[in-house]
Design a protein around this ligand. Sequence first.
Ligand SMILES: O=C(O)CCC(=O)C(=O)O
Ligand SMILES: [Fe+2]
Length: 343
Amino acid sequence: MSATTTVTETVQANPNLHGFGRMRLDGTDHQFGDFRDELARNGFAVVKGAIPREKALKYADEMYTWLENFKLGFDRNDLSTVHKDKLPVINEKGMCLHYGLPHENFVWGVRSEPGVVGAFEKIYDDEDLIVSFDAINFQFPNRTDIAPNKPWPHQDQNPEKHGFRCMQGLVNLLPNGPEDGGLIVCKGGHLVSEEFHRDMADEERIPAWTPEWYGFTDRGMKWLEDRGCKWEKVCAEPGDLLLWDSRTPHYNLSPKNSQPRFAIYTCFMPVADATQDDLIRKKDAFDRRVGTTHWPNAMHTGSNVAQRDGKEDPHNRDRPLNDPEFSERAFKLTGIPYIKAQA
Ligand SMILES: O=C(O)CCC(=O)C(=O)O
Ligand SMILES: [Fe+2]
């Protein structure tokens, strides 16, 4: 389905929701007078205070408690306890994917915050949305017990499929300044993506584990530099929602000083962009309390079998500690209510 067809369908389904139709994110869109203007121009934006600061800090507190509840020796007040033997399995990029974590009640709480859902309703001009069951990010400074987090510039979109297809998001939950790790983006990179992939069609690619991913080689990075594209660290306060077009080149860095970085990824798309098969696969992921990638259509689903030192982690669990309690609005984001009864 082409991006244009999708736009038409979405606007027809919701003719007057916000009046502008789905964003085209080609830099020439309407003047919205809000974060969408920056999103269209730069390929990323920050929605300040999508969650009130105090509430965001409470979510961060729940994230610390979740880590401490493994009772492996991690103590939030003692950074010397940041060690893989004292924590659940978290990779060098800060991702924690297993243990039912993508469905913990606090994670669903963040995903269904009105300021978060509302931003995506505006972007897509649609209230019928689904959300990814993403990993959760815990990045601690100065880790030497795991591999270093080297820059991994990439797009989370198939390089053969052009145009705006998916908006990625994350809610930042701790103070996140220039030295505190976090998201690095290539400003305006979404606008040159199609041209980039035309020019680079003959290059040897970095292997991608999913078609919806493209890794930038040194040659690709040089292309962006020659084109005048600049990389920028996105700074944020607790409760800010960071948004970026999946075509915008990006990666994350680990914090350098003493401030951990906690984030919950929140990627949404209109349910109209998912097939019934996607929704059935997504329901199965939900029923098994496993995760997905950033793509809310659940193209790939995860597992709750973390490997610790080459063996199944004895601390694995297949349900969250606190199973989610949904409002009617939040439950729709699972996609389950949109599954049609089988004939
Ligand atoms: O953690 C971040 O800021 C970005 C993560 C990311 O790019 C990814 O998981 O694909
Ligand atoms: Fe990414």
